[in-house]
Design a protein around this ligand. Structure first.
Ligand code: AMP
Length: 481
């Protein structure tokens, strides 16, 4: 999972700071590395590093990034290991100098085939990262095949399979586009004539925009000094050709910040509804409901208000530890779970507690937490999970481990209950999850039901003969309204 951001200042002001603020709000989407590329209208400058946004982008670093167009990314690895060469954005040099830059959130399913295809035509890669693949694909078709950039993006949408919410920059233009399934979120904001792009609305809120709208699945937006051009125009794409999308439901359950709005929903509302559903499964009343903070807070609140029983933060989280799951290896993960949570003293003593978490993946985190709560004196611990069992790996941008590591693949419900040492365990039913979101047919549930919207990797072939470039650019008009 990653987060992207972009900014175009119509007045020519320096904008690295705005992108930094956006990335800072999206830090929860990736904590391994971050970067910002900036265009001053002539060349593109880049700064990227492992680490957190606020540490990497000091005022001095931002001062050395002058320019009125910028893109940025926070990353945690789904493809490629956690090393600086896989950090984004990428700057692509041509004879004209460093004049393209790209950053993406997602995962390319047919990465190997596309990479081999480009390599066989003399294109070199500096990483194994899908963002670089997207950038090299676009630059190859623009520079060597003479396609306009929007046409190169249309070709990419036909050939490159998978999830991508992408920002792409030339010295004078900012482009943003989203795969046709709309797996990952992407938004456009207008701030007094300037345009901003971000993975989450919370990253735009901080810039105080006058308008925010979703970048539609399959939509390509080009932002220039004069105008904002959308192609295909969303109304053409979405009313004349009705079709289904595949938004990632896990964004709503876990990944997105609760103050964001995604896929036509306020994230916290969906989580509240999930909690209410979970409450409807129980015919007993506990003494208190406790979330695993922060991701299960709103689910636990929904449970507590439906049951009219007390909600309490029984576990205090050290906010400086970060997301334990994101840590790239098991040792770091184990260590940080212990450092991350501490139970309130005396709170649990002799109580019947409902503990709510958003999901169980490997089972590492929750097992330790339950032990902690029991150690703090709880009499009974009932665990409620705000998602169905995670049984399948994600190929569209969420870092799920291999299937063999998923606890729900290896154990029955009874076995998981015994393993995590709880008195009872209930997961959200998938049909109930579908009742918690608007337009449930537009979501991807593959990590729960194994129904992958994109065929298996080896079934995808690049069929050069059948690839045609899509419709001409629509006439430039402000697509914002
Ligand atoms: P685990 O210890 O592997 O069962 O981790 C499960 C916890 O990690 C859940 O409670 C979530 O809060 C969080 N989580 C679940 N899936 C992901 C993911 N793909 N990336 C980051 N964190 C996750």
């Amino acid at each position: 999972m990653c987060g992207v951001a972009g900014y175009f200042s119509r007045s020519g002001a320096n904008v690295a700071g705005q992108v930094m603020l956006g990335l800072y709000s999206e830090q929860h989407r990736g904590q391994e590395s971050c970067g910002i590329a900036v265009s001053d209208g002539r060349i593109i400058r880049l700064h990227k590093s492992m680490g957190y946004v606020k540490e990497v982008f000091s005022p001095e670093v931002l001062r050395d990034l002058p320019g009125y167009i910028a893109i940025g990314q926070v990353r945690y690895p789904t493809r490629g290991s956690s090393v600086i060469r896989n950090a984004q954005p990428y700057v692509i040099e041509t004879l004209g100098g460093p004049i393209y830059s790209v950053a993406s959130n997602g995962d390319i399913v047919n990465y190997e085939e596309i990479a081999e295809w480009l390599q066989s035509r003399g294109v070199h890669f500096s990483s194994s990262n899908d963002g670089e693949l997207i950038g090299r694909f676009l630059v190859y078709h623009h520079e060597r095949e003479g396609l306009t950039i929007p046409d190169a993006i249309r070709l990419l949408m036909k050939r490159v399979k998978g999830a991508y919410s992408t920002v792409f920059m030339t010295p004078h233009c900012l482009y943003t586009f989203r795969d046709e399934f709309g797996f990952r979120p992407l938004f456009l904001g207008e701030i007094e004539g300037d345009m901003a792009v971000a993975s989450e609305t919370c990253a735009l809120d901080i810039l105080r925009p006058q308008h925010i709208r979703e970048v539609k699945p399959g939509e390509i937006i080009q932002i220039t000094q004069e105008k904002v051009i959308s192609s295909p125009k969303p109304d053409v794409l979405f009313h004349d050709e009705p079709r289904e999308f595949r938004h990632c439901v896990f964004e709503l359950i876990y990944f997105a910040r609760p103050d964001s709005s995604q896929f036509n929903e306020y994230v916290y509302n969906v989580r509240n509804r999930i909690g209410e559903k979970l409450a409807s499964y129980d015919d007993f009343n506990a003494d208190a409901v406790v979330p695993v903070p922060d991701s299960a807070n709103f689910i636990a609140m929904g449970y507590a208000s439906a049951k009219k029983i007390p909600f309490n933060f029984g576990l205090i989280r050290n906010h400086y530890v970060g997301r334990t799951f994101i840590r790239p290896d098991q040792y770091l993960r184990d260590e940080s779970v212990r450092q991350k949570f501490n139970p309130l003293k005396d709170f649990f003593t002799d109580k019947k507690i409902v503990v709510v978490d958003d999901s169980i993946v490997r089972g590492t985190t929750i097992r330790k937490i339950i032990r902690m709560i029991r150690g703090a004196g709880a009499k009974e611990v009932h665990l409620r999970i705000g998602s169905p069992p995670v049984k399948h790996s994600c190929y569209y941008g969420i870092d799920t481990p291999r299937r063999e590591e998923l606890i729900a693949n290896n154990m029955t419900l009874e076995e998981i209950k015994a393993y995590v040492e709880v008195d009872s365990l209930k997961y959200l039913k998938i049909d109930d999850l579908k009742e918690c979101v608007k337009e449930p047919w537009n979501f991807c549930y593959a990590c729960f039901d194994g129904k992958y919207p994109i065929p298996k990797i080896n079934e995808l072939k690049i069929d050069e003969q059948n690839v045609t470039v899509g419709p001409e650019n629509s006439n430039g008009e402000n697509s914002f309204q």
